[in-house]
Ligand binder design. Structure first.
Ligand code: AHR
Length: 499
């Protein structure tokens, strides 16, 4: 056991930025069993009168999702939104090309809005920039956001939805840089199409916020030029730049994998730099922020092609402890980068690439579920710039990195703070001094830990609670200082309140 100590210095005046509530979003795509058998399963004994699974709704509420991005994903680029509205018995069954599945269209835009209301999340809709036109994009904005008296708003009313949905956030396409994308475009062609689409969408409703497709990941040969080019063209009509990234331990190099936050931070830094460059180049007063609207661990290799069946099992990953610790670091990065990053959506919320799995008789929560739940429910107010002095761990990909990965928040209104601490060492406990430097008299009033001894440990249907966040004894605070021993392979969350 190492005696090498760490110190975390916290000052509620040393703020980074307000934490955008939309950082705790999710993504629901018509892919695999995310929508059908996940959210919507009218034949399930768990279904409510609308066909939504109650146990899934409860779990999503428990995780505090603030926004949900829908309907894709690659699915979006072949989707005709008109197929998914109106009487259900008249909706077409279609061949869904992106995931080679059969799409019944029994769940569409209005069902999605109802679902968002049920979990109190802000909807974030995508418009098809693959097979779709700027006209179909503008029409969908009209269908959703215009009160009445015109072709598409009256169509919505005839579908039983009198009040407009007033959707504020709109993704202008999905991963259009990817050759796999239906209707893939080069950066300039996409930039021009996205600009024209955003223009007509904002003519329909000037209050909406638009999200430009950025690179699909930092390994794309066109990254980051794609982002720069599309931004230079569409800058004034866009409000966010989309980022996507899926992490994994494909090389079974756990030390490097557990240092993934380094990679996540570099990715944000590069795109934030690109935003600053384009703003300067365009002599613009307008700001664009980052929307990390697909992020998750995904590498274990479940198939992604559905053999033309309905709701096939696609990309259903079993997540282990090391995956959960990577998720916790991802959330730490969101807080540390909260000056640039304003939206984030985990991909996806149930079954497909998800830490939540359904079976006809129940629900399984993988360990990452608990990491997300803790941060999304407790990070409030401003993100704090904590100073961390920590022993290092050696990694093959990133050399030496600190054992501790930390973020913090403080809410001036409630005077409540939260600290999120990952110990990424696989072998060493780290005794850690917590020092509040601003003189506030406080105490630690809640403490949780998600920890284990084996990075590959999982929850299963037979042992569903092997890895959950457990409460731990509250470290006493004396004179603005406390000490806590952080075990290896752990995520610890502490909250503070004034006394
Ligand atoms: O979330 C699964 C897929 O990953 C999405 O459809 C696509 O945008 C990304 O490549």
């Amino acid at each position: 056991m190492s005696t090498s100590k760490a110190q975390v210095l916290i000052d509620r005046n040393r703020t980074i930025a307000p934490i955008s509530p939309l950082l705790f979003g999710g993504f629901a795509e018509h892919m695999g069993r995310c929508v059908y058998e996940g959210i919507y399963d009218p034949k399930s004994p768990h279904a409510d009168e609308r066909g939504f699974r109650n146990d899934v709704l409860d779990a999503l509420r428990d995780q505090g999702y603030t926004t949900i991005r829908y309907p894709g994903g690659n699915f979006l680029s072949g989707y005709n939104w008109l197929d998914g509205v109106g009487p259900k018995d008249q909706r077409p069954r279609v061949r869904e090309l992106a995931w080679q599945s059969t799409e019944t269209n029994q769940f569409g835009t209005n069902e999605f809005m109802e679902f968002c209301k049920a979990i109190q999340a802000e909807p974030m809709l995508g418009v098809n920039m693959g097979t779709g036109t700027i006209q179909s994009a503008a029409d969908l904005v009209e269908y959703c956001n215009v009160a009445q008296g015109t072709r598409w708003s009256d169509l919505r009313a005839s579908h039983g939805v009198r009040e407009p949905h007033n959707v504020r956030y709109w993704c202008v396409g999905n991963e259009m840089d990817g050759p796999w994308q239906i209707g893939h475009l080069d950066a300039a062609s996409y930039g021009n199409k996205a600009l024209e689409a955003a223009k007509v969408m904002k003519m329909q409703d000037p209050t909406i916020k638009t999200i430009l497709c950025g690179s699909s990941n930092d390994r794309m040969p066109t990254y980051p030029d794609w982002d720069r080019t599309a931004l230079e063209i569409a800058w004034e009509d866009m409000d966010y730049l989309s980022m996507h990234y899926y992490a994994g331990n494909g090389e079974n190099d756990t030390a490097s994998y557990l240092a993934s936050a380094v990679l996540f931070e570099r990715y944000v830094d590069a795109l934030e730099g690109t935003l600053r460059y384009v703003k300067a180049k365009r002599r613009s007063k307008h700001d664009i922020y980052l929307s990390w609207d697909e992020w998750q661990v995904w590498y274990k290799g479940d198939p992604t092609q559905g053999n033309w069946v309905e709701a096939p099992h696609l990309a259903e990953e079993t997540y282990n402890l090391e995956d959960a610790l990577v998720v916790a670091q991802w959330l730490n990065v969101f807080l540390r980068k909260s000056y640039a990053l304003k939206i984030a959506c985990v991909a996806q919320i149930v079954n497909t690439i998800s830490w939540l799995h359904t079976r006809p008789d129940g629900l399984l929560k993988h360990p990452s579920y608990y990491a997300f739940k803790l941060v999304s429910n407790l990070a409030r107010g401003d993100a704090l710039d904590v100073h961390v002095k920590s022993p290092n761990v050696e990694t093959r990909h990133y050399d030496a990195v600190p054992s501790l990965d930390v973020s913090a928040s403080y809410d001036l209104e409630t005077q409540k703070g939260a600290l999120f601490l990952v110990n990424r060492s696989q072998t060493e406990s780290v005794p850690t001094d917590l020092v509040w430097q601003d003189g506030q008299t406080l105490k630690i009033d809640q403490a949780w830990q998600l920890a284990g001894t084996d990075p590959k440990e999982v929850n299963s249907w037979d042992a569903p609670e092997r890895l959950v966040a457990k409460t731990i004894p509250l470290p006493p605070v004396d004179g603005g200082r406390a000490t806590i021993n952080l075990p290896p392979l752990s995520f610890t969350v502490l909250t503070t309140c004034a006394v």
